[in-house]
Design a protein around this ligand. Sequence first.
Ligand code: CU
Length: 519
Amino acid sequence: MKNHLRNLISILITVFIISLVACGDENSNEVLQITSEESNEDEESNEDEESNEEEESNEEEEVIDDTSETTYGSGLTTLKFPEIISSTNIDLTMDYGSTEFYEGHLTTTRGFNGSYLGPLLVMNKDDIMNITVNNNQSEATTVHWHGMHVPPNIDGGPHVVIDANSTWQPSFTVMDEASTSWYHPHLHGNSREQVNAGLAGMIIVRDESSPIQSMLPKTLYVDEYPLILQYQAFDDSYEFSTEGGTEVAVINGTIDPILELPAQMVRFHILNADDGENFTLNLSTGENIMIIGTEGGLLPTTAYVSELEITNGERYEIMLDLTAYQGQTIYLQNTAPEGGGPGGGGGPGGGGGRLSVTNAENMITLIISEPTTSAVTTIPSSLENFPSWSESEADITRQKILAGPGPNWTIDGVGYDHDVNNLEIPLDNIEIWEITNNSDQEHPFHIHDVQFYILDIDGIAPPDYKAGRKDVVQVLAGSTVRFITQFENFTSDEFPYMYHCHILAHEASGMMGQFIVVE
Ligand SMILES: [Cu+2]
């Protein structure tokens, strides 16, 4: 019965959205009535969920099945959301599949436990994770837990290879703060192809002991949402193009997505999982975006920006206060320059525009409906104060020089050599890294094992929204960024950690080095 009701409501919404598009804004009230009905129904199902994690994830799978079949006309499609896995025992299977990005057309893709992207893994600080990764691809791979502080033999870098048609079973303790991480292949030479085909997924780490976390929206797919941002170019056969062409924004595997949100504070975990280009987000309302977290956890205080640039591998947690917008349609927009950005190293999209054909820069259409019964309406401006390090504590300052020209990208004048450890770092060292970009393109610099704090960018303290724990920092052409971090807990003579540019074409061409942490 419930499904029939939902389908009926979906059809009604479709009809009204089409009429809205056809007739302009005159019919907006009717659309609102219908969307509120669905919102009521959502509330009922939410009440059924209680807080039981298992029930929650089962319920979400149902929702996904419903929404993935719902199209809204005018090319708009309900935003897809990944299946939630909140168990400490996780089975991931990497395999080929086909995905319907455009109605009636299948695209060859790859995914974890599905045809494209992977499940949302919800972990708790101090949990012991037991993961089984089955690689059903006909080629080798690795799985890197990007952002997580794990031992080097578990980190999933280029040395921790999972052969074709074989299995890897890592186990680790979650030592991270409540944060947003992700997982993706990291085999040297073909990580770009595998990630771009769809092998990527988000990890949300929870911390039940954090008083601040308990005040934030945290009911997934009710007031908290993952957004995995990518661009894809399609050829005439609707396959991913390897020859460039027009790129479109693909959000959680959805082109031109529409998302219904309650008129209250909602929280997004945003990941740029693209292989080489930035997103620059703003709100069509003209309001600033509230940023509450970076890669490694919450900021010290809430920060506000009129537009938020997110580079490759970066994550931000943002909040939208939608209280004033009930009954309205607003947009999360992307104004990243067409065909610009850093992907010039052989990346697709160099020549063509990247804007979606039917939705232009209105990246996600947000329909704001009634608030839920237990809405979060305010959050404190003071967030987490994680321990940091002062410059005077540093044991060493290391200089890293990023240089080109492409396609032979280097760090400190050398390309990646799989058999050479570029650095040996004493355990517990507190280090300042000074990254200078001597090339004419920007490079998002990522380091494994640690979270760092940016000290300064060209001598100036970072803006408030970058003042938190990070593992990726954008280094503009001609610019110097200094960060401070500490290499704790894990050592190995055998398995190195990586530091590299997260433009995957640059990484593959050599803009990567490796370090071992030693006793
Ligand atoms: Cu680069």
